[in-house]
Design a protein around this ligand. Structure first.
Ligand code: PEP
Ligand code: MG
Length: 565
């Protein structure tokens, strides 16, 4: 084993496997300026075929919507019109600066993948890459001109273009790699859309960027994948190198032998088995019940076995259903997505769309802002697109009507009691009976008592509450200490909310990532919060932590944590 790389462990578990890096989009070397003829044509066609085959292979590993998306992309890569255009361009001179050249076998320099120096690329390959680049650009423009549905698909071509250009240049294709065996995914960072298409062959995730509350971290926990973020030097690891990933300690150890990797793999399988077989409700050692709930992004995040210890869904992040959408989801589609979740869960707290900053929703068409985390996001989108909230509330209410599940609804990013009151009015007018708000803004925590005059419950979002209380970007790896949920100032804000809940006799839970941290959950219980909502993978460890402490010990620990000396 070699010296470990360190980062932040954000999703527990230890596993080992070969590295596969997520390649950056390829840089297009300057055009060769000489004709290369048939060699370039063949390379362009082969690149398109490789892209389509790769997407089909990935689709076969996925299920549901992710598989459909990949199949559709594969069909676009195999489009005969695109192929003809690429062939025609490759047979002529696709790049700028026509001239005579050395023909097939001529060599120019291109940029390599992450960590590589310049590698020689043949003139034919560069020519083919330019032909593909131009063919995709023309195809994109043609689709955009058609408008409507076709214009929406135009953006999908950019990813295909990057893949085809990379294939022609002999570079790794951008996007989630598919080495054909289970692997440790290493990336600069993952977009929410990337994480949605993570297949079952991903053993663990390691990123150079990201923080404890980034969406990479959240989605890794949701899929029970060990994950380390803010791991400097990770993208310099070599593809195929065996590494151990410790998502609890935040360590990535390269240079593993096959034997060591096998031992860790067996341990990880046993750990997953424990996760699967564990059960029992959340309660302290003296029997005080603390419902453990789940954070989910869609019905796919809920497995039947989760109900052995979780009692419902405490946070359904509805915006994750629509992240890549350029057109507003129709009411019927929304209804179906919510109904699918309500059919699988006994109780669901639905959060209305939380758009903006780290969760862009293209279909809202929001203007770019200089300071998006402080701008139009969450409930504030209602100020510029009021129809969206009413449509969503109607879809939630109609799906809830026919469901057995108990459905509660809450708004993200509420800052004042006027906002809370207005939201409650509209949600109740839509037919929803239990209405609440997330407390993610310090201003809201400070007036929690007034919020509860209008609402039935509160749910504290410690991820954003920490970000806004400490003026520290939740994705910033260098500010992780400020974003530590044990920060006394953050705990005091949570305490304010819990006090208001106890005084009003209304539930106040926590659904930020702090709730799923076994070292923090007992403190939250000690502060008086009534439930904890987290990724399914975190439930067993939190259950164990609570079972080992009385409520009084939790209280004393919380007091010390709020005022450490
Ligand atoms: C939070 O801010 O704590 C939260 C749960 O919401 P999200 O992470 O989706 O912003
Ligand atoms: Mg939030």
């Amino acid at each position: 084993m070699s010296e470990p790389l360190t980062g932040l462990g954000v999703s527990p578990g230890r596993v080992a496997g070969p590295v596969a890096r997520m390649a950056a989009p390829p840089a297009l070397p300057p055009p060769p300026g000489f004709a290369v003829g048939a060699g370039a044509v063949a390379l362009a066609v082969t690149a398109l075929e490789a892209v389509a085959a790769d997407l089909r292979r990935r689709a076969a590993l996925m299920a549901g919507e992710a598989a459909e998306v990949l199949e559709a992309q594969a069909m676009m890569a195999a489009d005969p019109m695109l192929r003809e255009e690429a062939e025609r361009l490759a047979a002529g001179n696709p790049g700028a600066g026509v001239g005579d050249g050395p023909g097939v076998g001529g060599v120019v320099c291109g940029r390599g993948g992450p960590g590589d120096g310049p590698e020689p690329v043949s003139g034919a390959a560069v020519w083919a890459a330019h032909a593909l680049d131009r063919a995709f650009a023309r195809h994109r423009a043609a689709l955009a001109e058609l408008g409507g549905y076709f214009a929406e698909r135009a953006a999908d071509l950019d990813d295909l273009r990057n893949r085809a250009v990379a294939a022609a240049l002999g570079r790794p294709m951008p996007g989630i790699p598919a080495p054909g065996r289970p692997f440790v995914l290493v990336a600069e960072d993952l977009s929410p859309a990337d994480t949605v298409t993570l297949g079952p062959d991903v053993l663990a995730v390691v990123t150079e960027r990201g923080g404890p509350t980034s969406h990479t971290a959240i989605l890794a926990r949701a899929r029970a994948l060990p994950a380390v973020v803010a791991c400097a030097g990770a993208t310099a690891l070599a593809d195929g190198e065996l590494v151990a990933v410790d998502g609890t300690a935040g360590r990535v150890t390269p240079g593993l032998s096959e034997e060591e990797a096998e031992t860790l793999r067996r341990g990880h399988d046993a750990y997953r088995e424990r996760l699967r077989s564990g059960g029992g409700r959340g309660r302290t050692a003296d029997g005080h019940a603390v419902p453990l709930l789940l954070n989910i992004g869609s019905a796919a995040d809920v497995r039947d076995e989760d109900w052995t210890s979780a009692e419902g869904v405490g946070l359904f992040r509805t915006e994750l259903l629509f992240l890549d959408r350029h057109a507003a989801p129709a009411p019927r589609e929304q209804h179906a997505a919510y109904a699918e979740v309500f059919a699988r869960c006994p109780k669901v707290v639905v959060r209305t769309l939380d758009a903006g900053t780290d969760k862009p929703l293209p279909f809202l068409g929001l203007d770019a802002e200089p300071n998006p985390a402080l701008g139009i996001r969450g409930l504030r989108v209602d100020r510029v697109r009021p129809a969206v909230l009413d449509e969503q509330l109607a879809a939630i209410a109609s799906a809830a009507e026919r469901a057995r599940a108990e459905v509660w609804v809450m708004a993200p990013m509420v800052a004042t009691w006027q906002e809370a009151a207005a939201f409650a009015r509209r949600a109740r007018a839509a037919g929803l009976r239990r209405v609440g708000a997330m407390v993610e803004v310090p201003a809201a925590a400070l007036v929690a008592d007034r919020l509860l005059e209008h609402l039935d419950f509160l749910s504290v979002g410690t991820n954003d509450l920490g970000q806004y209380a400490f003026a520290a970007d939740r994705q910033h790896p260098r500010l992780a200490d400020l974003l530590d949920p044990r920060q006394p100032a953050l705990l005091r804000l949570v305490a304010e909310c819990a006090r208001a809940g106890l005084a009003a006799g209304k539930p106040v839970g926590v659904c930020g990532e702090a709730a799923g941290d076994p070292a923090v959950a007992p403190l939250l219980v000690g502060l008086g919060v009534s439930s904890l909502s987290m990724s399914a993978a975190c439930v067993p460890a939190v259950r164990e932590a609570l079972a080992g402490l009385t409520r009084e010990r939790c209280r004393r620990a919380a007091e010390r944590a709020m005022d450490p000396r």
